[in-house]
Design a protein around this ligand. Structure first.
Ligand code: AMP
Length: 192
């Protein structure tokens, strides 16, 4: 089963993806993680995207589609969880084509719905907790970048709701419930 976890920054996509990795042996493909890895290892591409990411804007479709293509061509898995990808309509089209080429299907698109005020609080907390634990704080986990990231979500990513709804693949669950209840909500949708 291949699924997309959709939702704004701070919705809990990464946390829920981790549960699915542990419980179902699926493989998480997070373009955010791939880009941060490229950034920290100082590759040419990492250097090119660093400023854009730090500002909270989206990097080009070409780059992220290339990253996903490479993973799909080299990693074998019983199922993929696309986390933070696709984020634009061209990315959604490209994912459809890539999966088709590989004889795979996209089974479900699950949106984690969370109100904006809660997102801001979660991101600010994430930064504080990382700092307190002596871990690196994401350069885009601050209020200015978050505003840009939310803007990008509503402008460029939220049209995917209609796109997948029209294909009969869209479902949503309450992402504001307790973490374990969100996990159950996602599981129910996957098993329905
Ligand atoms: P994330 O970890 O998913 O919140 O992504 C962090 C940042 O990486 C985003 O704010 C974008 O700058 C970039 N990014 C991640 N995934 C994508 C994508 N699918 N398309 C464009 N930019 C992306």
């Amino acid at each position: 089963m291949n699924i997309i976890l959709l939702g704004p920054p701070g919705a809990g996509k990464g946390t829920q993806a981790q549960f699915l990795v542990e419980e179902r042996g699926m493989v998480q493909l997070s373009t955010g993680d791939m880009l941060r890895e490229a950034k920290s290892s100082g590759t040419e591409m990492g250097k090119r995207v660093a400023e854009v990411m730090d500002r909270g804007e989206l990097v080009t479709d070409e780059i992220v589609i290339g990253l996903i293509r490479e993973k799909l061509e080299t990693v074998d898995a019983p199922g993929f969880i696309f986390d933070g990808f696709p984020r634009t309509l061209p990315q959604a089209d490209a994912l459809g084509e890539l999966l088709k080429e590989m004889g795979r299907t996209l089974d479900k698109v699950i949106e984690l719905k969370v109100d904006d005020e809660i997102l801001v609080g979660r991101i600010v907390n994430r930064a504080k907790e990382a700092a307190a634990a002596g871990k690196p704080v994401r350069a885009d986990d601050n209020e200015d970048s978050l505003r840009v990231r939310l803007g990008a979500y509503y402008k460029q990513t939220s049209p995917l709701v209609g796109y997948y709804w029209a294909k009969g693949q869209y479902q949503s669950t309450d992402g504001m419930a307790a973490m374990d209840d969100v996990r159950k909500g996602v599981a129910e949708l996957l098993d329905s």
